[in-house]
Design a protein around this ligand. Structure first.
Ligand code: NAP
Ligand code: GLV
Ligand code: GLV
Length: 326
């Protein structure tokens, strides 16, 4: 027990992980309805050796410089673009994340959005609830696009990209992918072909994004890229909102340069209640719930506790993001 070690958890995470650390350290869990602001993270984090953070917490250099005792930041997510890793590393702070355990859950949601966007599922549901279903059956009512036999373009053939690709096997799809490194094992297993981004955008019927957000991938999909996509094509984004230029996407959807989109992530979260995106019928949106299954969130919570304990025991945390800090 190291009760003199203070740890601030920026949101109540599932009990299973908290149970592993409360009683071991002096654990303080944020309990307000709103998320803590940077100022509030600094206030509650002062004197802390550890933080457990969410992807919605902006852990900038300004925050880090006010938390000189900090030794470890345990991110309750696989993506960590909200943390200034360079500065954390420079300050000797270990950063960990939750890779792998949310892969299948996020791939499931990606497919849910893909199918919902292709077959206009949400729009069809809305149609009935808005009491518009007056004619029993229509030869041209709510026509969507096929998934079977089409080409799926995967941008970022990492853990989630591969899991999404594997799910296509019953749909007889051709798979194209764009990643910096070639993965011959995957090419053989999934009959996938590595292409450059522009070829992928031009040839795919469905494009799905699975790259991390960083300075190289910010606005990777902008106006020019959207214009390369096929007329009826579908864009699915469960990576990070800022990988796409959201204004350009709005225009492409509105003017039907592309057919539709399925989006779980946005440049600003929550999306503004006035966002024009919400007025478009040809977009299916979910509030960043890629990894949101009960089971997966429990496993992520336990993984965070294990990473925190390893770091505070002076051991190498299993999911360290910046090993150069050790
Ligand atoms: P991962 O295994 O690291 O896969 C990322 C892939 O992107 C890698 O294959 C990498 O391959 C490729 N990549 C990286 N930078 C690139 C670049 N500049 N150009 C082209 N390809 C690039 O990560 P993951 O576990 O699959 O997660 C991917 C992302 O999904 C996370 O970073 C997170 O932002 C997001 N996510 C969202 C949710 C949600 O709730 N919606 C849930 C989980 C994850 P190369 O290095 O070969 O290029
Ligand atoms: C969720 O978006 C994650 O990065 O885990
Ligand atoms: C549709 O329900 C059909 O029978 O084709």
């Amino acid at each position: 027990m190291k009760m003199n070690y203070r740890v601030f958890v920026t949101r109540k995470i599932p009990k299973i992980g908290l149970d592993l650390i409360t009683g071991k350290y002096n654990v303080d869990v944020w309990s307000h309805e709103h998320l803590p602001t940077a100022q509030e993270i600094v206030e509650r984090g002062t004197g802390c050796i550890g933080l457990i953070t969410l992807l919605s917490d902006n852990i900038s250099n300004e925050v880090l410089e006010k938390l000189p005792k900090l030794k470890v930041i345990v991110q309750y997510a696989v993506g960590y673009d909200n943390i200034d890793i360079t500065e954390a590393t420079r300050r000797g702070i270990i950063v960990t994340n939750t890779p792998g355990v949310l892969t299948e859950t996020t791939a499931d949601l990606t497919w849910a959005l893909l199918i919902a966007a292709s077959r206009r599922i949400v729009e069809a549901d809305r149609y009935i609830r808005e009491k518009k279903w007056d004619v029993a059956w229509g030869p041209e009512m709510l026509l969507g696009t096929d998934i079977f036999g089409t080409t799926l373009g995967i941008v970022g053939m990492g853990r989630i990209g591969q899991a999404v690709a594997r799910r296509s096997s019953g749909f007889n799809m051709k798979i194209l992918y764009y990643s910096r490194t070639r993965n011959e094992g995957i090419e053989e297993e999934l009959n996938a072909k590595q292409v450059d981004l522009h070829t992928l955008l031009r040839e795919s019927d469905i494009v799905t994004l699975h790259i991390p957000l960083n300075s190289e991938t910010h606005h990777l999909i902008s106006k020019a890229e959207l214009e390369m996509m096929k007329d009826d094509s579908i864009l699915v984004n469960t990576s990070r909102g800022k990988v796409v230029d959201e204004d350009a996407l709005y225009t492409a959807l509105k003017e039907r340069h592309i057919g539709s989109a399925g989006l779980d992530v946005f440049r600003e979260e929550p999306i503004s209640k006035d966002s024009p995106m919400l007025d478009l019928q040809n977009v299916v949106i979910t509030p960043h719930i890629g990894s949101a299954s009960k089971n997966t969130r429990d496993i992520m919570s336990r993984m965070c506790a294990e990473n925190l304990i390893a770091a505070l025991d002076g051991n190498r945390p299993p999911n360290i993001v910046n090993p150069e800090v050790l």
